[in-house]
Ligand binder design. Structure first.
Ligand SMILES: O=P(O)(O)OC[C@H]1O[C@H](O[C@H]2O[C@H](CO)[C@@H](O)[C@H](O)[C@H]2O)[C@H](O)[C@@H](O)[C@@H]1O
Length: 339
């Protein structure tokens, strides 16, 4: 039996639950989860490759150069343009850790983000519940698009510290998501390490703390629930399976909606920059690539299929990039006021 998920990705219900990878090859769902969050590569860096994967890493880096190494070029391309920052949360602003409820940003990252938001229009686009991301980031003056863009809030004009709902295109799904969260919590209760996270308009089943031997049965449990809810679709992330409304909405659409609501969708004088690490961020990279406008920066320690143009290794490099961006902006403003 075949099911179709996100943008035509195929799931074949067989003993091993086959899915189609980003390049169109079939792989087991469990391999897919493993590949989406590979173990950290400690012995080699993209700058100084020393491992046996050197060849692979350097050809990937040639295609997706480091945004830090290319900083001056990126800024010279940005000259005269309004930069708009779009940032993913987990794995981009915060480190990937085992306990998803404790994946806070560091104080240093928060300070940098505060400066970014003061100098550029900034949005954080996450799979998490909007209120949860906001409670982790604790900054005002930022646009927050949680539930993979299904819940978009932004600062009100009157009071920058207040947030108002800008778009919630899947309101009708709320009771269904509540129901499925409860069913999955009950079903997975006996699987050591498995947790189900309610992300308001979608939900996440976490595999990270489950022994790999238990991944296939857990994935089967999720699939069997999905079969009873044809109005939901399944996507994969970093050691997670997620169920969300099967409406045509994703992080790419959220990015376009925000550009539109800023009144600059058509403007050529705008440079949207999107930084993200997960497969769901590819929808946003793809939008930028297809528009031929803006920069996608993938956060990854290992080569992977991506529509992004540049790369950064991890959240600490993201922080470094954001710091340099703020410094560049302040210098530019200083030069302008000297003229
Ligand atoms: O769109 P994002 O902001 O990247 O959110 C995607 C999912 O991120 C979280 O899970 C990931 O981070 C956890 C904490 O580091 C980690 O334990 C998990 O394995 C990762 O997949 C979040 O918990 C999910 O709800 C988000 O959908």
């Amino acid at each position: 039996m075949k099911l179709t998920t996100k943008k035509g990705r195929r799931i074949i219900l067989s003993k091993n639950l086959l899915v189609e990878d980003a390049a169109g090859k079939m792989e087991t769902l469990v391999d897919s989860l493993r590949n989406l969050s590979p173990a950290r590569v400690r012995s080699s860096s993209f700058d100084e490759p020393v491992s046996e994967n050197d060849g692979q890493i350097s050809s990937w880096i040639a295609l997706h150069p480091s945004a830090l190494d290319m900083f001056d070029k990126i800024m010279s391309d940005a000259e005269g343009k309004q930069i708009i920052m779009f940032l993913d949360y987990d794995g981009t602003l915060s480190q990937i850790i085992e306990d998803h409820d404790n994946a806070y940003v560091t104080d240093e990252m928060r300070e940098v983000l505060k400066e970014v938001a003061l100098n550029f229009k900034t949005a954080i686009i996450s799979g998490r519940d909007t209120d949860k991301v906001q409670s982790f980031v604790k900054l005002t003056g930022i646009y927050y698009a949680g539930s993979h863009g299904l819940d978009i809030k932004g600062p009100t004009n009157i009071d920058q510290s207040d947030q108002e709902v800008m778009l919630q295109p899947a309101n009708d799904y709320l009771p269904m998501i509540d129901e499925v969260v409860n069913i999955l919590k009950e079903k997975t209760r006996s699987v050591p390490g498995a947790t189900v996270e309610h992300n308001k308009f979608c939900l996440t089943v976490h595999f990270r703390r489950v022994d790999e031997k238990g991944w296939t049965p857990l994935a089967e449990q999720v699939k069997s629930v999905l079969n009873d809810y044809p109005k939901l679709r399944m996507t994969e992330g970093r050691k997670v399976l997620e169920l969300r409304p099967s409406i045509k909405w994703d992080k790419g659409k959220a990015l376009e909606f925000l550009l539109n609501s800023f009144g600059i969708e058509e403007s050529k004088d705008v440079l949207p920059v999107y930084i993200g690490d997960d497969r769901t961020d590819e929808d946003a990279f793809k939008v930028l690539r297809e528009r031929g406008q803006g920069l996608g920066i993938v956060v990854s320690e290992t080569p992977k299929e991506t529509n992004a143009s540049y790369s950064l290794r991890d959240p600490s490099q993201v922080k470094e990039f954001l710091k340099r961006l703020v410094k560049w902006k302040k210098q530019t403003l200083g030069e302008e006021s000297d003229e």
